[in-house]
Design a protein around this ligand. Structure first.
Ligand code: ATP
Ligand code: MG
Length: 514
């Protein structure tokens, strides 16, 4: 017995010396041996220690998107345990009105679950790999470590962890501040960087609602009904075997409220908005990563899809080549074309049409929760039919020039006017002249202090502007008709001249008949 005590005493003293000297020794120990010693020490500690560890990493094993469980733990700790920690982080919470605290890194937090005591350690590990990283700044991996006594193993695995997940998700929903995301340029991508992914965000604070959106009430109701059916349709989508997502195409002239409609949809559904800048996406793989990184309850927006297509170098080249071969020029009516799969190989740095189609409804598009995808364009007719076909962009919404019903919403929003003697004139003029809701709104919101919110002056100003727009439209129409007439006459004269000049034999030659 005495022998035993003496032996254990010697072991403990050796271990204590090793622990004390280890920081000094490890610089002189070769890396291989060091790793082996560390592994052995861990093994020994796990045999001797009655405590178990569970690690919850930010990027899990797959490292493609942030782990939902990690995010749930983060939210759970900020809610349940933050006040007990000694070092906290603070940020603005929902709608930037309240302050939210969370546990700072390397802070031990004590927690309890059904009588069992647990310890949480938020931590990060720097990646000291000697290999040069593909991602600049790929230096930190965040994780939470949960420590508990081994007798609570079943309680923690079967009770505590599911509880943390459910609580964390509930806290996330409660504290959720809606965000407007935009994708980072691909060069600065680093999914491992702390708190930063492929998207950056700011709080989403657009004040518009469907009440203040000017459009025909019937169309508005139809859109709202559609959105409600989508939002509440989780079971339906599961039953019919379709991913829970929906595509909208908003098209119409500038200033007719396409972007405003997106904001109204986001506010109505309480969803985040991910404004995807297609020109900053390097290739199809990055596009897929962007999709994977979006969370459920998001509206993914690609604005002015025709313009983003023109902006990329290769697309310009591709369409330029087409134009050259077609004999088209700058103003030619050629549809802007996304590069085909074949084009992708020369440099491999652009999004292709098939990549975009996969983004919308490929296999990956079924990952995550409910998502709405919206494209906007000023020229629906120029879009690739595959991109906007009905099954893909299910709802096509035309945002058109301001009609009288839409005007009434604007008059009520901007001036508080429901009745006015000029409304009759305005109704007639809106039928005769094309004016976007943006222009109408501008006339109803004079910036000069003198005229401020004087409904009579504003409405008179609008009548004047509409009259001018009408005259301008008439003048343009007359000029266009004149031009067309002239072109027709010219064509007839040329035809007659050609007929006169050509000898019958020449005509046969030209037709290749001889
Ligand atoms: N239907 C509308 N209801 C209320 N306000 C509108 C509407 N349409 C336009 N506006 C006003 O005009 C401004 C410009 O509208 P918006 O940016 O939504 O137009 P757009 O169709 O997206 O234009 P673009 O094609 O140039 O992107 C908005 O800030 C909003 O104040
Ligand atoms: Mg817009």
């Amino acid at each position: 017995m005495l022998m035993n005590v003496e032996m254990w005493g010697a072991v403990w003293s050796a271990l204590a010396s090793l622990v004390f000297l280890w920081p000094m020794l490890q610089n002189h120990v070769p890396a291989g041996l060091r790793h082996w010693l560390t592994a052995m020490a861990d093994k020994l500690a796990s045999h001797l220690s009655p405590y178990l560890h569970i690690t919850i990493s930010e990027y899990g094993d797959h490292r493609f998107r942030r782990s939902d469980f990690f995010l749930a733990v983060e939210a759970y700790l900020s809610h349940a345990c933050a006040r007990r920690a000694r070092r906290l982080k603070a940020d603005l919470g929902r709608d930037a009105r309240s302050v939210q605290v969370s546990v700072d890194d390397h802070q031990e937090v004590t927690d309890s679950f059904r009588g069992a005591t647990l310890w949480w350690y938020p931590s990060s590990k720097s990646n000291k790999s000697s290999v040069i990283s593909f991602y600049p700044g790929e230096d930190e991996r965040r994780f939470y470590r949960l420590v508990f006594h081994r007798r609570h193993r079943d309680l923690v695995l079967d009770g505590c962890l599911p509880h943390v997940l459910a609580e964390g998700r509930a806290v996330t929903v409660r504290n959720r501040q809606r965000r407007l995301f935009t994708n980072n340029a691909s060069t600065s991508w680093n999914p491992y960087r702390r708190g930063k992914g492929v998207w950056s965000h700011v709080p989403f604070e657009h004040p518009v609602s469907f009440d203040t959106l000017a459009m025909d009430p019937g169309d508005k109701d139809a859109i709202v009904d559609d959105l409600v059916a989508f939002r509440d349709g989780k079971d339906y989508y599961a039953r019919v075997g379709k991913p829970w997502k929906r595509g909208y195409l908003l098209y119409g002239p500038p200033g007719t409220g396409k972007s405003t409609m997106i904001a109204a949809m986001a506010n109505f559904l309480d969803y985040d908005v991910c404004d995807l800048e297609l020109t900053a996406v390097k290739n199809n793989t990055e596009l897929r990563k962007l999709y994977i990184e979006t969370t459920g309850k998001s509206i993914i927006v690609i604005e002015d899809i025709d313009c983003s297509i023109d902006l990329t170098g290769k697309r310009k080249k591709a369409s330029g080549d087409n134009k050259a071969s077609d004999g088209g020029g700058e103003g030619s009516d050629d549809k802007p074309k996304l590069p085909t799969e074949a084009d992708r190989d020369d440099g491999g740095s652009k999004v292709t049409l098939s990549g975009l189609l996969n983004f919308i409804d490929g296999l990956w598009s079924a990952c995550g929760g409910d998502r709405i995808i919206i494209f906007t364009t000023n020229h629906k007719e120029k879009q690739d039919p595959a991109l906007i076909r009905r099954g893909r962009m299910v709802v096509h919404i035309e945002m058109s020039y301001c009609g009288f019903e839409a005007f009434k919403v604007l008059a009520s929003n901007y001036l508080g006017v429901e009745q006015h003697e000029l409304l009759g004139d305005i109704r007639r003029l809106l039928e005769e002249a094309d004016m976007s809701p943006a222009d109408v709104a501008e006339n109803l919101m004079p910036m000069s202090k003198r005229k401020k919110r004087d409904p009579d002056a504003c409405l008179a100003g609008l009548v004047e502007a509409l009259n001018m727009a009408k005259e301008e439209a008439q003048a343009n129409k007359a000029a266009k008709e004149k031009e067309e007439m002239k072109a027709k006459e010219q064509a007839t004269t040329n035809g007659e001249d050609e007929g006169k000049d050509k000898m019958p034999s020449e005509e046969y030659k030209a037709n290749g008949d001889i």
